[in-house]
Design a protein around this ligand. Sequence first.
Ligand SMILES: NC(=O)c1ccc[n+]([C@@H]2O[C@H](COP(=O)([O-])OP(=O)(O)OC[C@H]3O[C@@H](n4cnc5c(N)ncnc54)[C@H](O)[C@@H]3O)[C@@H](O)[C@H]2O)c1
Length: 257
Amino acid sequence: MGKFGGKVIVITGAAGGIGKATAKKLSEQGANLALIDLNLEAVKQVILELGLDDSRAIALQANVAKEEEVKGYVDATVEKFGRIDGFFNNAGVEGTTANVEDYPTETFDLVFNVNVKGAFLGLKYIVPVMKKQGSGSIVNTASGAGLIGSPGFVGYNSSKHAVIGMTKVVALEVAPFGVRVNAVAPGVINTRMMRQIEKNTVPKDAEGARKAFGTAVPLGRYGEAEEVANVAVFLLSDDASYVSQSIYTVDGGQINQ
Ligand SMILES: NC(=O)c1ccc[n+]([C@@H]2O[C@H](COP(=O)([O-])OP(=O)(O)OC[C@H]3O[C@@H](n4cnc5c(N)ncnc54)[C@H](O)[C@@H]3O)[C@@H](O)[C@H]2O)c1
């Protein structure tokens, strides 16, 4: 049956690199999944690829920055499965790369709406379900960018610092109810997001940027989505039963050097 047999896990950004890799590992261990993304077709495709039937998985389209749509995905999950044991609060956008004086305000708004308000709304609607159950594990996707400053990333870095703050606050609020909240802080991971960041880097040399990002990592390479998924799955599982309010870097040793 697997470690997650009978458990219900909600994943946002489930059509993306890290979300999909996490969905795969959880499905292999028996979890029932509610997979949420802006891109409904892509998330339906994930369910097909994982070979899950209707009894094990539901694909839901939602913009995590819109309160009614967040309420909608939480209600639909509870209606279908009756409970929520784990929440991978993972949807995010990178914005652009520009110094503060040139950073477009509308891009700053977008990054904060998705990365901060989206994460907040997910917590706001899933926490009551878990408190009522007296159990649950939440993993927020922060970033190494939430722990350091990276020139050119005022929107993204600030937003991920906020996710870490949110993790610390909500972990304390829900601990008395048997609910745990942690964050993963990935470094440079091989997904669409890093491909876009490489393209945005000035001067324009995506291949050069990719090499430079990789060699800056003590382990000398990008991480894979599966390597982040391994840590997220651990934190979602009962193996992490005494872990809460922790920020797990998954970054090849980069951030804390
Ligand atoms: N790739 C990296 O190097 C890296 C490093 C640190 C943190 N992260 C974080 O990991 C998370 C996953 O990123 P990824 O690397 O898998 O990128 P990705 O672009 O492959 O996946 C992001 C997913 O989020 C979805 N999404 C975006 N905006 C949304 C919205 N408003 N509502 C619902 N879904 C939305 C996208 O459709 C996409 O499927 C993000 O929070 C990202 O900031 C990534």
